[in-house]
Structures are given as C-alpha cells and as structure tokens.
Design a protein. Structure first.
Length: 89
C-alpha cells in the first residue's frame, strides 16, 4: 500500500468516523489543533487503523504522531516491517 493510499484511507476515516470536513484534512493538518482529534479519538483512530496491519499495530509508534502525515508515515513504516519480515515471523 502506498503512502497516498494510506493517506486516502486515513482521510476517509477522519471524515466518516470523526465528521472532519474533507477540506480540513491535509497532510500538514495537526490532529489535535486543526482537526479536533482528542486523546480518546486518537485511540479510536488507532483501533480503526488496526485492520490495515492485520492486528500488528504498535500503539507506541503513535506517541510522537502529531499530523496526518505523521500517521501515514507511522503506518507505512509498520507495513514495510510486516512485508519485509521473513515468513513465519
């Protein structure tokens, strides 16, 4: 999955699940300050993203996430780790 695919998926979740106006969702948008995603919403966002990683989501990675682009980068990194892992790991 490309970063653009991830961005589109995340933007869709933010719009559908958190009712964020599409025009407000940009890669640079800060989750808390610009999109009003509080800590409880952030946990829900992580839960909604978990299926993308087959349940292998690492919540600690999201501690430093501040923008939509940060979420994309974190997910992309986790997906790369999964696809680069040897079979059976």
């Amino acid at each position: 999955m490309t970063k653009e695919d991830l961005y589109q998926h995340i933007a869709g979740i933010l719009h559908e699940s958190f009712e964020v106006e599409t025009a407000r969702i940009t890669p640079e948008a800060r989750l808390r300050e610009d999109l009003d995603i509080d800590s409880i919403d952030a946990v829900e966002l992580i839960v909604l993203l978990k299926p993308l990683l087959g349940g292998n989501l690492k919540p600690d990675v999201f501690k430093s996430v501040r923008t939509v682009s940060d979420v994309v980068d974190a997910l992309h990194g986790m997906l790369q780790t999964i696809t680069d892992a040897p079979a059976g790991v």
